[in-house]
Structure formats: structure tokens, C-alpha cells
Design a protein around this ligand. Structure first.
Ligand code: GCB
Length: 666
């Protein structure tokens, strides 16, 4: 649910915390219904079948040697035991259970009693479990996790069947290009709060001269009925924990505390390499006190935040009134063995690599990343385009829209206070060549704007080509092979393949189709504040023909700007590169080709930057990552500038030169 706060669980003198990370017991169910039918949550998991140890957090897919577990479709079950110390049972105290994320859906029981369920991976959820807990005793937690994706999940997928000698087998299909890792991906935390507790804090900051203005809204919950003796004290602490501003408020409305605090000579939050001290963070300390049930109750929460201001025009994006040029990457949460499971060593390494290479930003393609990852971005001054989990939507429906909006509600609730988040991305490569996408994205963007007006909205758009049009004009040059490999699950595009094959069967001459880049065939760009587009010149189109890059890229970027009169940036471009493959003169898949392809793009970007509306470049991808099995992927997507093990490919040194050069220019 979204009607409550999702404050990250942190300790304070009034809040205790206990991690439930570690080894859990685990079993994959043989069918969708088996676990529920036999009530596996009622007793120890080992009593209803064999279990194996499973680390939390981690994806379960690559932990064992079983292909069947890697490719499992449907529910798996997790269980562990833990104690809650007697001292946690206090009058006027609550205990909460919080999951950083579970992919894709989860149902949770405590001591056999269902306490919550949640759908949509990559987002946190929690519940007050005080009444289900056994204090001073052992407890059992059971979680059913289901990775099944359908036409009404975010992201979309399709369950299909294949035929084997052993009968029909269920398989999961999806058109997005990363492995559908599943499991308990992020920390599981038990934490306490006072019975009357700070539920949510919303901050918004402004910069006026050298003054920082901090607007806040602190809400609380837990009183049986509203009354007017709740007091709130807000203190702003600088990075050395020195108080630099305060406010005291009494609540007479039962709603919360709204106000502002001015910080003279504020130290602003600046992106990496724009200031000697990027990512400067203050702390907002909120302290509420009240008397209830004859007790003095007090709660304290400390929220890190930065003072910075974002504005944008039809040609630029500004931070603290200075135009910024984004240089970064699309990324993934992905690594060997643990899949999408949070690994702090990997997180720290990735930020060190980002800083080493001079990046100032990245997009959380194609879903929200762990809060622990976002914390680094806040602290290091890395600007984030924060993407919801909607990737490659192919079929629009009201049911899908409802969930898409919910994913944005939850994402913005989680990340609204983060200085690093400079933009919301509402989707990646939705099929916006279909007219029905217009109403859909009008709603998506409107919803995002009702939740946050302080940040621009974007999406990673891709001009797909209308098949109807292709069929009518099948005489002209261009796009018969256009990204066909990506459209394999899309019925309308398979018509194109069919038509092309038919023509080929009749005549030897090359087949082409006039698939014009007609702006009328892209319906979502009109709603965005900033146009982000993905384009693989000299890779999916004209592989090996580096000479097309400058012309095509400049033309496309200019066209986007002309049509929408908005700032434009490229959110994806790149080439698969097998580390260690050297071919000179450059040839696709070699390290030389990746470097050459980037160089040609850099030339195009430089000429676009002179035209002022072009605000950023993001390479696809930061590191190699695992995908579903297809003939175009060798052990996964190899477009990384770093290998999956985070070692640089030759192009990394090349990118590093450019990114530091760009940083020096501003
Ligand atoms: C895209 C997708 C991304 C893929 C990439 C590729 O357009 O947004 O998820 O991984 O292309 O490498 O094909």
C-alpha cells in the first residue's frame, strides 16, 4: 500500500533494528497451487518436503547446479527462524517487518499467520507485525515468492508452453533484455518504533541567493484518535552534525507538521566533479513527543538530504541554476552467482568505477535499484534518472495501467527525498508507435506529476516502425531488418517478417520497406519534459557501418527536438563486445569496434552540443549482464564498458578520457 510512508529503516535512540538476512530454507514448488494447498506456511518447511539452504539477499537462480531452478516458473518458498528478545515487548512499541524488495510477488507469514503480500519487484514493502510476533521466543517466517510475469504484471511477460517427451512444460517468455532473476533480493529487516511514530517525511529544497530553504512535511501515526498535544522538533544538522537550523511545531490538526527552515550560506548539493565537495548532505532530525496511555512517547528519525534546486527549460536542465550535461550509463543490478541480490562490495566497487571513469550520472534501467545503492548516489553526487519497472510494454490495458501507476507511486514515495534523483523515467521502450499508447502515457505522466512536480519526467523512447505502413510501402529502402530480432514476441511485427520472407521467396532482389520516421508514429514523447531516446546505429541498424553514425544520430536528435521543442538526450547506444576479441581494422564484437563506435558517437554528440538542446549521453551499458537465452547474446549482453566481473574493456580508457574532458569543460 502507498498510504503510508516507506522511510528506510534506520536505528535511532528510539528505534531498534534486527537483520533477518542470512541463510534461509528454500524449496521450489512443483505447481502454482501446491504450497498453498498443503499449507506449507503452517509448519516447518522441512516437514513438507526437502529444503536447501538459500542466502538472503540473493537471486535463487544461479545458486545451485540445477537448470530447472535457474529456469523455474512459479512459486518458490523461503523460511527461517529467529528470536525476538523479550525487551522488544514494550508497552507502546511496535515492531515492523520490511523487505527491501522481492521479485516478482510475495506472500509473507509469521508463525503461520499471513501478515502481508506485495506485487511488483524492486520496491520495498512492510507491515506492523507486533501482534503476530512471539516475544522472548522463537519465531518462524515463511515467504512465498512468485516470479511469473503476465500481460498484466510490471514488467510484462507471457507464460508459454513447450512440448517435450515428458509432456508439456511451462516456460516464461519476455521481450526485455535482462534475465528475470527472482528471489528475496534485498535486506529483510525487523525494526521497532514507538507506538506513536513518525510515518513519513517529505522534503523539498530551494536555493535563494546563498540561502538554502528546506520545506518539510513530517507526518505521524499511531494515536487512537487525533488530539492536539503532539509536539515536533525539527533540527537541521550539517555534515559535521552541527545544528544549523530548527523549527518547533505543535500539531493541532492531527495531520502533521508542515514548515520551512532557512539555512544561511548553505552548502549546496552538487554533482560529481562540479564542486570539490560533491554530494554534500545535511540531516533532518525529526523528533516527536506526545503523552498517551499515561506514557511519555518520543520518536526520532534522521533523514539525510541535500540542498539543491532543479529547473528545466525547452533546451536545458539546470542544477542550482547551472546547466548540466549528463555523462553516464544505463546499468543493471546484476552479477555472477548472486544475480540481482544486493551485494555491498559490488555496490562500492561500482561507484568507485563510476568515479574513476568520470561519469556524473546513470539511469536505473529498467527498474528501481536498492536503497543502499541510491544512498551512495546521494553521497557521491551521482545524478540518477530513476526508472520504474515498466520495460518493453507491448500490450496496453487498464489493468496494466493501474499497476504501472502504483509502481510510480511506490517509487516516488521511496525516493522523493533523494537529492541524487533528478528525473523520473516512466518507461523503457514502450511500444509507442501504437495510438493507444497516447492515452496510456498521458495518464502515466499526469499521475507522476500529481506525486512530484519538482522533477522532470522522461522515458527511454524508441521509434518503432509501423508495420501497417511497412506493408503498404514495401518497395522502398531501409528497415526490413530493423530490430526484428527484438520483436520476436510481437505479433504485429511478425507480420512484417512474414511479408519480407514472402517477397524473398518470390524474387532475389533485396527487400526493403519505407518505414518512415514519421513523428505521428510515436505517441508518448509529447507528454515528457525531457526526451530520452535509445538508438543503436551501426549495431542493430547497419552493423559494422560506423560511417552512418554521425548522420543518423544528429538527424534523429534534431528531429526529436524539432517535434517536441524539449531538451533531448540519448539514453542508450552501444555495441556488444567480447572482451579479448581483437580485430583491426575494427569489426563488430571486437574491443576495437566498441571503441570506434563510441568515437563516432562522441563526434556526433559534440556537434549536437553546439546546438544547445542536447543535454546528455549515456552508454549502454556500464557492465556486461545476464539475459534470457537468445542467439544474439553470448552468455548475456556484452555491451558493457566493464565486464561482468567489473574489469575494463579497452573502451573504458577511451570513455574515461572523454568524461573527464567533458567535466573540465564546465
Ligand atoms: C534496448 C533495451 C535494453 C537492451 C538493449 C540491447 O533498447 O532498452 O534493455 O539491453 O537495447 O542491448 O539490445
Amino acid at each position: 500500500g502507498s498510504s503510508w510512508g516507506l522511510l528506510y529503516p534506520i536505528e535511532s535512540e528510539k528505534r531498534a533494528l534486527k537483520s533477518l538476512n542470512g541463510i534461509w530454507q528454500f524449496r521450489a514448488a512443483n505447481s502454482t497451487t501446491e504450497g498453498m494447498e498443503y499449507k506449507w506456511y503452517k509448519k516447518e518447511l522441512y516437514k513438507t518436503g526437502a529444503t536447501i539452504p538459500m542466502p538472503v539477499p540473493s537471486s535463487y537462480n544461479d545458486i545451485t547446479q540445477e537448470k530447472s531452478l535457474r529456469e523455474h516458473v512459479g512459486p518458490v518458498w523461503y523460511e527461517r527462524h529467529f528470536f525476538v528478545h523479550e525487551s522488544w515487548r514494550q508497552n507502546a512499541q511496535r515492531v515492523w517487518l520490511r523487505f527491501g524488495s522481492v521479485h516478482y510477488s510475495a506472500r509473507v507469514w509469521l508463525n503461520g499467520e499471513e501478515v502481508m503480500h506485495h506485487e511488483i519487484g524492486h520496491l520495498p514493502f512492510e507491515a506492523d507485525v507486533t501482534s503476530a510476533l512471539h516475544f522472548g521466543q522463537e519465531n518462524r517466517i515463511t515467504v512465498e515468492v512468485d516470479n511469473t510475469l503476465t500481460l498484466t504484471t510490471i514488467p510484462q511477460g507471457m507464460v508459454d508452453e513447450i512440448h517435450t517427451l515428458d509432456g508439456v512444460k511451462k516456460v516464461q517468455r519476455y521481450s526485455f533484455d535482462f534475465f528475470n532473476y527472482a528471489g528475496i533480493h534485498r535486506p529483510v529487516i525487523l525494526y521497532s518504533t514507538p507506538a506513536v511514530y513518525i510515518d513519513d517525511i517529505t522534503t523539498y529544497t530551494d536555493v535563494v541567493g546563498d540561502k538554502g530553504v528546506v520545506y518539510f512535511n513530517v507526518t505521524y501515526k499511531g494515536l487512537p484518535k487525533p488530539h492536539n498535544d503532539v509536539n515536533c522538533r525539527i533540527t537541521i544538522l550539517d555534515a559535521q552534525s552541527k545544528p544549523v537550523g530548527k523549527a518547533v511545531k505543535d500539531d493541532t490538526t492531527g495531520v502533521g507538521f508542515i514548515g520551512k527552515i532557512e539555512i544561511p550560506e548553505a552548502q549546496l548539493w552538487w554533482p560529481y566533479l562540479m564542486d570539490p565537495n560533491p554530494g554534500y548532505l545535511y540531516t533532518l532530525e525529526a523528533r516527536i513527543t506526545t503523552t498517551q496511555w499515561g506514557l511519555n512517547i518520543e520518536d526520532v528519525y534522521r533523514l539525510p538530504f541535500g540542498i539543491r534546486m532543479i529547473t528545466w527549460s525547452n533546451t536545458s536542465l539546470l542544477i542550482n541554476n547551472v546547466p548540466v550535461y549528463l555523462r553516464g550509463f544505463g546499468r543493471h543490478e546484476d552479477s555472477d552467482i548472486r544475480g540481482k541480490g544486493l551485494d555491498l562490495a559490488l555496490v562500492a566497487k561500482d561507484y568507485n568505477l563510476l568515479k574513476w571513469i568520470g561519469a556524473n550520472s546513470y539511469r536505473t534501467s529498467h527498474y528501481p535499484y536498492a536503497e543502499e545503492i541510491m544512498d551512495f548516489a546521494d553521497r557521491e553526487g551521482i545524478m540518477i534518472i530513476d526508472e520504474c519497472p515498466s520495460v518493453n510494454t507491448e500490450k496496453y490495458s487498464a489493468a496494466l495501467l493501474t499497476k504501472h501507476l502504483s509502481s510510480l507511486t511506490q517509487l516516488i514515495q521511496r525516493d522523493k527525498n533523494r537529492p541524487s534523483v533528478i528525473m523520473w523515467s516512466v518507461a523503457n521502450e514502450p511500444r509507442t508507435q501504437y495510438q493507444e499508447s497516447a492515452d496510456y502515457f498521458r495518464s502515466v505522466v499526469k499521475h507522476t506529476k500529481t506525486l512530484d512536480t519538482t522533477r522532470p519526467v522522461t522515458a527511454a523512447l524508441n521509434k518503432w516502425y509501423s508495420v501497417d505502413q511497412a506493408c503498404n510501402n514495401a518497395t522502398h529502402v531501409g528497415a526490413a531488418s530493423y530490430r526484428v530480432q527484438h520483436n520476436r514476441t510481437e505479433p504485429r511485427d511478425s507480420i512484417l517478417i512474414y511479408v519480407v520472407n514472402h517477397v524473398k521467396s518470390l524474387d532475389y532482389r533485396p527487400v526493403t520497406a519505407a518505414i518512415a520516421q514519421d513523428p505521428n508514429y510515436e505517441y508518448a514523447g509529447q507528454f515528457m519534459d525531457i526526451i530520452g531516446f535509445n538508438r543503436y546505429n551501426a549495431w542493430y541498424t547497419e552493423p559494422g557501418k560506423l560511417e552512418v553514425i554521425q548522420l543518423n544520430l544528429e538527424a534523429e536528435a534534431e528531429q526529436w527536438h524539432q517535434i517536441h521543442n524539449k531538451p533531448v538526450m540519448i539514453l542508450e547506444y552501444g555495441a556488444d563486445t567480447m572482451p579479448g576479441l581483437h580485430l583491426d581494422p575494427s569489426y563488430i564484437w571486437s574491443e576495437e569496434y566498441q571503441a570506434d563506435l563510441l568515437s563516432e558517437h562522441f563526434k556526433a554528440f559534440d556537434s549536437l552540443r553546439n546546438k544547445s538542446f542536447f543535454i546528455g549521453e549515456m552508454i549502454w551499458n556500464f557492465a556486461d549482464f545476464k539475459t534470457d537465452q537468445t542467439t544474439t547474446r553470448v552468455g548475456g549482453n556484452k555491451k558493457g564498458i566493464f565486464t561482468r566481473e567489473r574489469q575494463p574493456k579497452s573502451a573504458a580508457f577511451h570513455v574515461r578520457k572523454r568524461y573527464f574532458h567533458l567535466a573540465r569543460e564546465v
